[in-house]
Design a protein around this ligand. Structure first.
Ligand SMILES: Cc1cc2nc3c(=O)[nH]c(=O)nc-3n(C[C@H](O)[C@H](O)[C@H](O)COP(=O)(O)O)c2cc1C
Length: 188
């Protein structure tokens, strides 16, 4: 049994939703699958998604890491996959996260500006920058909840059960019903 770790960068093929619209559904689905599958084989790691790019770190049994990476490489939700780290590991370095999700957070923004980088483009990271990213994933509070991919709190917006159009329609229908009742009452 040998352990290994792997990190790669890739570009999302889907069009990112504006951050204020909430969780990017593609990323939410990827996380759900990852947590289900990785948990079964004790694969741990983290996923960053920002500026429509991914940075993923995986560590575990070599066979599991390789099998999982094979599947990931065949996934049409991303392209231009660049392997950044692929090496043996003496012992595990990560706490037990099947797939920790970290949005492009203040920490990462600080890291980028500290290196004079304008956008999140992990394919161009040096090995030192990769290690810093992995450390950011390790340190992150790793909210299990699916958070807005840009970590921008959507202020003053409560979850609405109905869309604005449907709400307006229901109001009109209620007003018509009320009018009909009043009219029917006046005829009696
Ligand atoms: C950026 C990215 C990261 C992914 N990470 C994982 C992962 O860590 N584990 C995993 O099982 N699948 C991951 N997937 C999904 C796989 O590509 C594939 O869809 C999935 O493993 C199929 O699993 P299923 O046969 O259980 O549906 C990832 C996909 C993308 C696009």
């Amino acid at each position: 049994m040998s352990l290994m770790r792997l990190a790669y960068a890739s570009e999302a093929t889907f069009e990112a939703k504006p951050a204020e619209q909430g969780v990017e559904p593609h990323v939410a689905r990827i996380l759900m699958t990852s947590r289900r599958n990785n948990g079964k084989c004790n694969l741990v790691g983290g996923l960053y998604y920002g500026d429509n790019r991914f940075f993923q770190y995986l560590e575990g049994e070599e066979r599991d890491v390789r099998e999982t990476f094979e599947r990931i490489q065949g996934d049409s939700r991303h392209r231009n996959i660049t392997t950044l780290i692929e090496e043996q590991l003496d012992k595990r370095t990560f706490s037990n996260w099947s797939m920790k999700y970290v949005p492009l957070s203040t920490d990462v923004r600080r890291f980028l500006s500290g290196h004079g980088l304008e956008s999140f483009n992990p394919a161009l990271f040096t090995s030192q920058q990769c290690e810093e990213m992995i450390e950011l994933i390790r340190r992150s509070s790793g909210d299990q909840k699916l958070v807005n991919h840009d970590a921008t709190p959507v202020k003053g917006k409560k979850a609405q059960a109905f869309s604005p159009g449907l709400r307006a329609g229901l109001l009109v229908a209620a007003a018509c019903l009320l009018g009909a009742l009043v009219y029917a009452g006046s005829l009696l």
